[in-house]
Design a protein around this ligand. Structure first.
Ligand SMILES: C[S@@+](CC[C@H](N)C(=O)[O-])C[C@H]1O[C@@H](n2cnc3c(N)ncnc32)[C@H](O)[C@@H]1O
Length: 440
């Protein structure tokens, strides 16, 4: 479904000047939203791409299509010392974004009323470009991607996203229906929203588009109606189209932003016990094919949300699961900065002193289920809250704390301790809390 042809950049500007997005109060802070900070922290995609931990100090970050600047604020909070630049075609949105960042003390952030297509006129090159919830309203998404690439530093990373054509399908249907009824072109916008509501109220409850799209919040929240039912030029992509768009502008896919929610094996009851033909076929699939297969079976994600960058810029590395003993011996261990907070420390110390499980997912939720550590294990993580540690110093610490086997009271050897620490870190790295750098 594509009603882009008749949508101009001026219509998009008008929509967002009338209803700047998002409508989040100026005082609202994302400081406690650790999951949002985690995906906006540029350390996260950099580690996925290169298995290295960078310093955010001095990095230059663009929020392309920043709207009222809430995501710009998240970027500023998540990346201490980084310079934030925002652009948007809506003058009204830019004013609000400036005000928001100033209010929260980020005086050096800069905002420009500029279209993404005109980015090359800005005298900046960026380490990271955040382009969230924008491409699906841009008349020419390929040109927009090309323009962002032209202002990206060679090792830089772009986060962008498309609406999923499969998940979003009923919304495209209702948009088309309202367009045919003339509601899409009704002015002012408030009247169009009321006409959309009147249409939906008039429909029987079990009518497909009503049942699948119309949420109770749409009755009171004008912006949700505008962004879902009355948005002009809304366009969907599937996984193959997303990869072709990247190939079109010669950008390389790095990862889905919510990569854990795109894991094909998680769709099966027993991933390690699949019918042989299926296990064999799946073992030979590329990343692109696996995402495509996932989407065929479970098209539940509204956004195809991804990180990409210039081709051939990734630094080759050995995945942690394949590390040798020598890699481990000289490894540097980091806690992800989004869990290196005073609140985590306080909770960890309480868990240790009261001998209660330490539920790390309470502070940063990265998986569907809760992640908790026995306090006798969690105690070994304490120094990581201060600074990164060499693997061997965590092994020594574990040996000091647990010198004997609690069942047999036999002394625990260094190699046994090493294995226990390695096991713990492998698990915490696989779910994203710990970052491991090989020093070899
Ligand atoms: C749905 S809002 C998203 C705002 C923000 N990125 C967020 O996620 O909160 C889309 C924004 O993109 C802006 N936009 C659309 N087309 C643009 C273009 N070609 N150049 C710059 N900004 C654009 C709109 O003005 C609007 O503020």
């Amino acid at each position: 479904m594509d009603n882009m042809a008749d949508t101009s950049i001026n219509q998009v500007r008008q929509l967002f000047d009338n209803a700047p997005y998002p409508q989040i109060p100026l005082e609202a802070s994302p400081k406690n939203d650790s999951a949002l900070l985690y995906i906006h922290n540029i350390i996260t995609p950099e580690y996925l791409r290169n298995q290295r931990v960078i310093n955010t100090e001095g990095k230059v970050i663009l929020d392309a299509g920043c709207g009222t600047g809430y995501k710009s604020l998240i970027l500023a909070e998540a990346n201490p010392g980084a310079k934030i630049v925002g652009v948007d075609i809506s003058e009204k949105s830019i004013e609000l974004a400036k005000e928001r960042l100033r209010y929260h003390g980020f005086e050096t952030a800069e905002f420009y009323c500029l279209s993404i297509e005109d980015l090359p006129t800005l005298d900046w090159k960026f380490d990271y470009i955040n382009n969230d919830e924008v491409l699906y309203v841009v008349p020419d998404p390929i040109a927009a991607l090309q323009a962002m690439k032209s202002v990206l530093k060679p090792e830089g990373i772009i986060r962008t996203n498309y609406h999923s054509s499969k998940q979003r399908y009923p919304y495209f249907q209702i948009q088309e229906f309202l367009k045919k009824m003339g509601v899409m072109d009704t002015e002012p916008q408030e009247l169009a929203v009321e006409l959309a509501r009147a249409t939906m109220r008039a429909l029987q409850e079990q009518v497909f588009v009503k049942e699948t799209t119309w949420k109770p919040t749409f009755e009171t929240d004008d912006q949700r109606v505008l962004m879902n039912c009355l948005i002009r030029g809304d366009r969907g992509y599937n996984i193959s189209e997303m990869f072709s768009a990247l190939r079109n502008v010669d950008l390389e896919f790095i990862s889905m932003v919510n990569w854990r929610q795109w894991e094909l094996s998680n769709l099966f009851k027993e991933p390690d016990n699949l019918p042989v033909f299926l296990a064999m076929s799946l073992s030979e699939t590329s990343t692109e094919e696996r995402l495509y297969l996932f989407e065929l079976l479970h098209p539940v994600h509204r956004l195809l949300d991804l990180w990409c960058g210039y081709p051939a810029q990734a630094k080759p590395f050995v995945p942690v699961a394949e590390w040798t003993h020598s890699d481990w011996q000289v490894a540097k261990v980091h806690l992800h900065p989004q869990v290196r907070t005073p609140a985590v420390k306080e909770n960890l110390v309480t868990s240790i002193t009261q001998m209660k499980p330490f539920e790390i997912s309470q502070h940063l939720c990265l998986t569907d289920s809760a992640v908790s550590l026995d306090s006798s294990v969690a105690v070994c993580l304490l120094p990581l809250l201060e600074k990164p540690q060499p693997m061997m110093s965590l092994v020594k610490r574990w040996q000091q704390i647990r010198p004997v086997n609690p069942v047999t009271l036999e002394p625990v050897s260094e190699s046994e301790t090493f294995q226990m620490v390695q096991h713990l870190l492998t698990w915490l790295e696989s779910i994203g809390y710990v970052l491991l750098e090989s020093q070899l």
